[in-house]
Design a protein around this ligand. Structure first.
Ligand SMILES: [Zn+2]
Ligand SMILES: [Zn+2]
Length: 399
């Protein structure tokens, strides 16, 4: 593999796919060509289209890291910094101890707490911060936008977007099973900030063209939340981003005792599932009427998703619609507001007091899910203590 004649410095918190899009734009080639030149596309596929496996967003083996670094003039550390895996140090849903998987590559599969098949984004951030390189090639497609717990841009104090304003598709959508981490790998006409989804075919026009909407475009905001709600969400997002940032607080209170940051995000994941599955038991914890209303709406959509599963023969996955974080940024902020307040209890007895109504309701409504959520390799010890005492004697906790 020969080094490219020129490269780019990675931007802070940039994803691998975002870096490849900017580098292809800078060198006047296709993203597919970059993946071949850097050794990321699978070898020995003569005649087959180039493919960038979805898992490369999350993890690359040492050989891939070193080759990519050599060809792009980066250090191996800089390449690793483009991946999602290192976020697992502080983010439980990507941490092998709290989200067990057989191999690192499997971490992203069946894991709704990381966005691999689309991303959220902030239009002004994508437009760049007015330096020459970003003006030309766009700002970073950020790694944190791939974590459902990030729903708001602290810099621009606005909720993140998730759909293309042109075609309404989730941005950077990946749909097929054998998915590419970048759509339209062989398209050299699109700017890194343009929508890559195919335009919908019309009767006159069986188009294979891309939607190509400029995603930095700022449409007039549709009903922004009120100021009090935005203040609540900004504080919450600041706290969560601080916890995700290397050098941020090492521990945080969860269910009455300090836990490492990664455990806290695992506890949020379990609490969010409890809140949805038992809604409206925790509704009183919503900080504003706007947030409560957002969750009423979100809950109805969960019921609609769960309904057809009830009548499906075979293994039922009726819990699944309740355990995934919302796609919508406001609903995400709303449920995390409640979950964080439930976990914020100053001591273990207060934690039990806050969580008991949810635990009891969940036990009645969905025993399989209540056992699943209490697994040791899923939540912190303090949260486990807060939820287990409420269980009838003799009932075994899941291993
Ligand atoms: Zn922004
Ligand atoms: Zn589009």
């Amino acid at each position: 593999m020969r080094p490219l004649p020129r490269s780019l410095d990675p931007l802070p918190d940039e994803t691998l796919t975002g870096f490849i899009l900017r580098l292809a734009h800078r060198t006047g080639t296709t993203p597919g060509e970059i993946t071949i030149r850097t050794g990321l596309a699978p070898h020995n596929r003569p005649g087959l289209p180039t493919r960038l496996p979805l898992g490369s967003l999350h993890h690359l083996n040492d050989e891939h890291v070193n080759t990519f670094a050599d060809v792009t003039h980066l250090t191996p550390g800089e390449v690793t910094g483009l991946l999602l895996a290192p976020l697992g140090d502080r983010y439980g849903p990507l941490n092998p101890a709290l989200t067990p998987r057989r191999t690192p590559a499997r971490m992203i599969y069946d894991n709704p707490w990381v966005l691999t098949r689309s991303t959220r984004y902030c239009p002004p951030c994508l437009a760049g911060d007015r330096d020459a390189i970003q003006d030309t090639h766009g700002g970073a497609w950020q790694r944190l936008w791939r974590l459902p717990v990030v729903f708001l841009c602290l810099r621009h104090q606005a909720l993140l977007q998730h759909e293309c304003p042109g075609c309404g598709t989730p941005v950077h959508s990946v749909r097929t099973a054998n998915a590419n981490a970048i759509a339209r790998l062989s398209d050299d006409a699109l700017h890194p900030w343009q929508c890559r989804f195919p335009t919908r075919p019309t009767p006159q026009h069986q188009s294979e063209a891309a939607c190509a909407t400029d995603l930095t475009r700022l449409d007039p905001p549709s009903a922004e939340p009120d100021t009090v709600t935005m203040t609540v969400l900004l504080q919450l997002q600041q706290q969560l981003v601080d916890l995700l940032t290397a050098g941020g607080p090492e521990t945080v209170m969860s269910a009455g005792a300090p836990v490492p940051a990664a455990h806290y995000f695992a506890d949020l994941r379990a609490t969010v599932a409890m809140v949805f599955r038992t809604w409206p038991v925790a509704r009183e914890y919503a900080s504003t009427p706007c947030l409560a209303a957002a969750l009423d709406t979100e809950y109805i959509s969960r019921i609609v998703q769960a309904e057809p599963l009830l009548n499906t023969p075979g293994k039922k996955k009726t819990s699944k619609p309740y355990t995934t974080p919302p796609i919508d940024s406001l609903a995400t902020g709303a449920v995390l507001d409640i979950a964080s307040q439930l976990l914020q209890a100053p001591d273990s007895s207060e934690a039990r007091k806050r969580l008991t109504p949810l635990v009891q309701r969940l036990r009645d409504a969905d025993r399989a899910l209540s056992t699943y959520l209490r697994r040791p390799a899923w939540i912190s010890q303090p949260l486990r203590a807060a939820v287990k005492d409420n269980w009838p004697a003799g009932e075994k906790l899941a291993a």
